[in-house]
Design a protein around this ligand. Structure first.
Ligand SMILES: CC(C)(COP(=O)(O)OP(=O)(O)OC[C@H]1O[C@@H](n2cnc3c(N)ncnc32)[C@H](O)[C@@H]1OP(=O)(O)O)[C@@H](O)C(=O)NCCC(=O)NCCS
Length: 140
């Protein structure tokens, strides 16, 4: 992902989340040196991921697929790429997911992630707050 991709990434971000990341957050991820990947086909961005790595731990902070291209295996493809990449630098890959996000939960469980905890009222929601489940996957 580069600065030139931010417009397309933001367009997807705003379609797939009730509380999307802002341009500033995405730009900060690039500046900070997080691993920001895009999946492109015919020069169109269809999916992206953001991972931070520190002290042997990797955190998947964002995984998103264009709404018109969901359910075709792209999420799994990008996630596998993230796992391979993170495995070069970290022992464990962590992530948080909304309790209500069954699609993502199924994907993560089927790719070897285990539920290791719950963060109460972690996410803003349409009404109030929503809990996050914390997942971890060994990379070694
Ligand atoms: C979650 C997300 C990344 C998954 O990517 P995707 O490309 O749609 O998913 P895939 O086609 O790779 O499918 C992977 C698995 O997800 C689950 N899944 C996908 N679509 C599903 C649906 N409509 N209903 C239920 N489960 C579904 C299945 O377990 C599927 O595995 P299978 O094909 O072997 O059955 C994508 O849907 C997305 O961007 N959602 C909005 C943003 C989001 O919630 N990101 C995750 C934040 S933690």
């Amino acid at each position: 992902m580069t600065d030139d991709d931010l417009e397309s990434v933001l367009t997807i971000e705003e379609q797939v989340y009730t509380h999307p990341w802002s341009r500033t957050i995405l730009r900060d991820c690039l500046r900070t040196g997080y691993e920001c990947l895009v999946y492109e086909a015919s020069r169109e961005i269809l999916a992206y991921s953001v991972v931070s790595v520190a002290a042997g731990e990797a955190h998947l902070l964002n995984l998103s697929v264009h709404p018109q291209h969901q359910g075709k295996g792209l999420g799994r493809l990008v996630l596998r790429r993230v796992i391979r990449h993170a495995g070069e630098k970290a022992d464990t890959l962590f992530l948080e997911v909304r309790v209500s996000n069954q699609v993502a939960r199924q994907l993560y469980e089927s790719e070897g992630f285990n539920e290791i905890g719950q963060r109460f009222n972690y996410y803003p929601a349409k009404k109030g707050r929503e809990d996050a489940l914390v997942f971890a996957r060994p990379l070694l």
